[in-house]
Ligand binder design. Structure first.
Ligand code: PHE
Length: 442
């Protein structure tokens, strides 16, 4: 979900957490996390991922929220206000490019979830064989026009919500629906664990094989952590601008990160036992969820009912994230291009639809948008955002903002050390390593 319209902001802590978690929790947790984990060999990836969520994700999330709350503006304006006459606002531009790239494939996958809602309603999973269920995914993935049509429908709904403002609608909605989604995934995980051969899936997920720890695993884990937490592109700066001074930014960030990690983990516990029980290749890529979950539904008492509810909720989880992505673009159009909200929404609807068309038609464009945005642009954005703190805000102002609710932040030194030194160095090393410059050194 995107930021509410009036600047009076979120009324309760739960409101902020639900809003930020609404952006964070989405297809990234249920669709992307399991497939990236599957491609990267399982448990070793999971460990690196969890490490990045805590060591880099939470500090970056805190930094974005505090920048937004201090400036009371969306990203580009926030950088301009806090660092006038400097080039920092260009960081906002990276966010805009990133939103465009992410949205263009995100809406395609969200379109698939709409298609799967339709398939659930027409009972396409009940009593179907594995081959038929696999065939369903091939039909949508290889049929660009079908994919594109569902995508346009989803993008249209997103644009309508962004156009009308989101505060009272989707935010209230999500507070009820996100817990229902959570409950359903737990239910699926339990059903999956009861499948014969479930144990192999758990071993894949939790028994690390460190020989699988390659450079690609590290880069993918960092990218996925940024993607899943919606950090590195300014969404959380916008949310921060609506957080009241009374709220504790550190504990809010920890709560959002935990909720996000928990949903990713439970989704994987639902998916991997089924992957092994059904003999599916864990490294099969973006189709993973769309083949395994219907497989579970087909073997479940009440599968018809649960599959409908599940896909409807997945569409909503995708919506609360896509709205936050489109809002970044629309805000850019309003603030920088001086367009009205209506014109800006229409303009970006068209641009995303065009890019989405190429993602729906050509899998290599889809993969390019997915990997380049998550693995490169988001970490670069995160790098610039953390550097902004020590270079522009400095220790004293940062501390004041983090302690504005009137309580001392006990881990301030650790936080500051991470964002000023450890996180930027780690991000640079990961990239340099990726380029092969350090081959033989480590
Ligand atoms: N975090 C969202 C998800 O996991 C995707 C997203 C990325 C949303 C970046 C906003 C910004 O689905």
């Amino acid at each position: 979900m995107s930021a509410p319209i009036s600047r009076d902001g979120f009324s309760s802590k739960f409101g902020v957490v639900a809003a930020a978690a609404g952006s964070a929790v989405g297809l990234g947790n249920i669709w992307r996390f399991p497939y990236v984990l599957g491609e990267n060999g399982g448990a070793a990836f999971l460990l690196v991922y969890i490490f990045f969520v805590f060591a880099i994700g939470i500090p970056v999330l805190m930094s974005e929220l505090l920048i937004g709350r201090k400036a009371l503006q969306s990203p580009i304006g926030a950088f301009k206000t806090l660092a006038p006459n400097a080039h920092w606002h260009r960081t906002g531009l990276i966010g805009v490019i990133c939103s465009l790239m992410i949205l263009s494939f995100y809406v395609v996958v969200a379109g698939w979830t709409l298609h799967y809602t339709y398939l659930s309603i027409s009972a396409s999973f009940v009593n179907h064989t594995r081959a038929q269920i696999g065939g369903n995914f091939n039909t949508i993935a290889q049929h660009g026009v079908l994919s594109f049509s569902w995508m346009i429908l989803f993008l249209g709904i997103t644009a309508l919500i962004v156009l009308r403002g989101i505060h009272s609608g989707i935010e209230k909605f999500s507070k009820i629906l996100m817990p229902v989604l959570f409950f359903l995934i737990v239910l699926l995980a339990i059903r999956s664990l009861l499948l014969p051969g479930a144990w192999d899936g758990l071993a894949f997920l939790f028994n690390p094989d460190f020989s699988k720890l390659t450079q690609k695993v590290v880069v993918d884990a960092l990218g996925q952590a940024c993607f899943s937490l919606s950090i590195g592109m300014g969404v959380m700066i916008t949310y921060g601008s609506y957080v009241s001074k009374k709220q504790n930014i550190a504990s809010t960030s920890v709560a959002v990160a935990f909720a996000d990690l928990l949903i990713a983990l439970i989704s994987s516990i639902a998916i991997f036992p089924a992957v092994f029980a059904f003999g599916i290749d864990p490294a099969q890529g973006p189709g993973l969820v769309f083949v395994t979950l219907p497989g579970i539904f087909s073997q479940m008492v009440g599968g018809y009912f649960f599959s409908i509810v599940f896909f409807v909720l997945l569409v909503i989880a995708a919506l609360t994230s896509s709205i936050s992505l489109l809002e970044v673009l629309v805000a850019y159009g309003k603030e920088e291009l001086k367009l009205s909200r209506k014109t800006s929404t229409f303009l970006f609807f068209c641009v995303v639809a065009l890019l989405g068309f190429f993602c729906a038609m050509y899998p290599f464009v889809f993969d390019f948008m997915d990997h380049v945005s998550a693995n490169y642009l988001l970490p670069i954005g995160a790098f610039l955002i953390v550097l902004f703190i020590p270079i522009v805000l400095k220790r004293k102002e940062t501390r004041m903002e983090l302690e504005a609710h009137g309580k001392k932040f006990r881990f301030f030194e650790l936080y500051y050390w991470i964002i000023a030194i450890a996180a930027p160095i780690a991000i640079v090393l990961i990239f340099v390593n990726q380029l092969g410059v350090l081959d033989g050194v480590f």
